[in-house]
Design a protein around this ligand. Structure first.
Ligand code: NI
Length: 167
């Protein structure tokens, strides 16, 4: 397995829209394993392929306490939503920043697994929030887009400073 390089905000590559996965072959299994390893190593609870420069509608998530429930969502589609929940969100592409974002409390969605099989899932709380956050990545959207312009600019400055320091 390989640990992949995660693109960081404000890199414009994070703004591209991902395209549907059409071929379910061995490379998708490798992608899933590499993305999970990258996410666990970060450490994080969700990662979208866009974040590692692969423009596919492909997401991995594990919100369990001890990294025992890896999930994979291919071509996810929201079917319904209910209620609201406000939680502090972070993102592996925006390291060390946590800000409150309001999302749907409960969602149902349809997706495919890495073998192309369709499934439906009802999610609430952290899992629901995480799925919505990762699905935003597929549209080129980031959680900082929900914040005020002032806050977003401040975060962008911080990220650019961090990048200069680590170069
Ligand atoms: Ni993210």
């Amino acid at each position: 397995m390989t640990i992949l390089n995660i693109i960081r905000f404000p890199d414009p590559r994070l703004r591209r829209k991902a395209t549907p996965v059409e071929s379910f072959d061995e490379s998708l299994i490798t992608l899933k394993n590499d993305m999970l390893e990258t996410m666990y190593a970060a450490p994080g609870i969700g990662l979208a392929a866009v974040q590692i420069d692969i423009l596919k509608r492909f997401i991995v998530i594990d919100v369990s306490e001890h990294c025992t429930e890896p999930r994979c969502f291919v071509n996810p589609q929201l079917l319904s939503h209910e209620g609201e929940i406000k939680t502090d969100e972070g993102c592996l592409s925006v390291p060390a920043i946590y800000e409150p974002v309001t999302r749907y409390q409960r969602i149902t969605l349809k997706a495919q697994n890495e073998h192309g099989e369709f499934f439906e899932l009802a999610a609430e709380g952290l899992l629901s929030v995480c799925i919505q956050h990762e699905m935003d990545h597929l549209e080129g959207k980031l959680f900082v887009d929900y914040l005020s312009d002032m806050k977003k600019k401040r975060i962008q400055k911080k990220m650019e400073k961090l990048r200069r320091e680590t170069m």
